[in-house]
Write a protein that binds this ligand. Structure first.
Ligand code: GAL
Length: 422
């Protein structure tokens, strides 16, 4: 757990970051036995709209219990929002339930005794039968227990493009790239033609996100998986080549990247300031807003070199230990897992339901491609979003990416990534 222990400085950063989204210090006084306090980092913009919808379904399904939004700002569960949560857990002031990612991210919380075994709830609600096997494999620990309830399935390996910018410069408007080399060639063309920052990039975790899609695009699904289970050598030449590509991609991006949140980088593409951004499908509401059309005003396709692979993550809700009212927390988890909850939430969030019995016909054109890929393609785990590695390892990977953004030293990045697994 040491790697995510909060420092006072980090905590004060989070508290100031909270100002716009919530006032965590006030929350305990709101508690009654009829409340459920729910922690997420979906505190603003399109993400908050999804959470609000889920809360609405909850209050319809459980009218006796009040939903209390106990979250903070921090897209992607940024290190500050994770540190804030960690402090709450360590000071015995847990939210009743918090959003994390299905997969290795939960390991540290389980090991620390901060979250409860939900296997009995799975039995009671019959959930083992409604989630796909590939997801159940992610959710189960080695001893067969389950500690979270997934609200969705997001795809991480997506390239978003503005076709008008591509057309203007005589490029293929489909955004499809078989490999990173052809993508880099088009970035070069755009730059030469005066598009200053053809690829938009945002701060910290979005850089890890970009890096993961480049590793996947260069290595392929099997070798990418091997990075997280130890069967692919971090020091090999394919990894070096991927990191060189990653360095080039950063060189085509906006120098403001460290001050920019992920959604502002998406907006750069919407506004035609950049041609491309690589981001998960939670970006969909940014592109699809105000009547803009899929395939016409924006395109979204697998990121370069990753066609036919689904880079997976799932926002998954836990139940904390030491809470006042476990029944209220279970009621929230029931809504999260319900057909209606999954339908309403995911229609807004850009993801697809984790349940297999929700009608794909109720979702938009992009989401239909996600259903199709998730059901047919090999699935790999996202590192930036907690599916592939525990929080402690991701913290090291993020630190390596942050340092690389400044020094551009490929050998040093490769060594730091290799060491992160140890
Ligand atoms: C991911 C999360 C998504 C979305 C995104 C940006 O980690 O799974 O639901 O919140 O971060 O904040």
């Amino acid at each position: 757990m040491a790697a995510v222990a909060a420092s006072a400085a980090a905590l004060s950063l989070v508290l100031s970051a909270c100002a716009a989204g919530s006032t965590p210090g006030d929350k305990p006084s709101l508690r009654t036995h009829e409340d459920v306090t729910v922690y997420t980092w979906w505190a603003s913009g399109v993400e908050k709209q999804g959470l609000d919808k889920l809360a609405e379904v909850f209050e319809q399904q459980h009218p006796g219990i009040t939903f209390v939004n106990d979250g903070v700002m921090g897209g992607g569960g940024s290190s500050t929002s994770k540190e804030y949560l960690q402090t709450r857990l360590e000071t015995q002031d847990p939210p009743d339930t918090f959003a994390a990612h299905a997969g290795a991210e939960l390991d540290d919380y389980i090991e620390g005794g901060f979250i409860q075994d939900l296997t009995p709830l799975y039995k009671k609600l019959g959930l083992k039968e409604v989630f796909p096997k590939s997801l159940m494999d992610q959710l189960k620990t080695q001893d067969g227990k389950i500690y979270s309830v997934p609200s969705n399935i997001h795809r991480a390996n997506l390239l978003w493009a503005n076709p008008a910018v591509l057309e203007k410069h005589g490029l293929d408007t489909s955004g499809q790239y078989e490999d990173l080399d052809s993508f880099i060639a088009d970035l070069e063309t755009l730059k030469q033609a005066g598009v200053e920052y053809p690829l938009s990039v945002a701060n910290e975790w979005p850089q890890v996100h970009l890096l993961e899609t480049v590793l996947l695009g260069e290595l392929g699904a099997e070798a990418y998986d091997g990075l997280w289970d130890g069967t692919t050598d971090w020091n090999g030449p394919e990894v070096t080549a991927a990191l060189e590509d990653y360095k080039q991609l950063l060189s085509f991006s906006n120098p403001t990247r460290n001050e920019m949140e992920w959604d502002a980088a998406s907006t750069m593409v919407v506004e035609g300031k950049s041609a491309f951004n690589i981001m998960g499908d939670w970006a969909l509401p940014v592109y699809a807003a105000e009547g803009r059309q899929y395939g016409k005003d924006y395109v979204v396709v697998p990121s370069p070199g990753t066609n036919g692979v689904f880079d997976f993550l799932a926002d998954s809700f836990t139940m904390s230990t030491g809470i006042l009212d476990e029944d209220a927390a279970r009621a929230w988890l029931e809504t999260v897992s319900s057909k209606e909850g999954q339908l309403e939430f995911n229609r807004i969030k850009g993801s697809i339901p984790a349940r297999t019995d929700v009608d794909p016909g109720q979702f938009n054109e992009y989401q239909k491609t996600a259903f199709e890929s998730f059901n047919n393609d090999p699935i790999v785990s996202s590192v930036a979003h907690g599916a592939a590695v525990p929080v402690s390892q991701l913290t090291k990977i993020t630190a390596a990416a942050v340092a690389f953004e400044k020094d551009g030293d490929v050998a040093k990045l490769q060594a730091a990534l290799a060491a992160s697994a140890g």
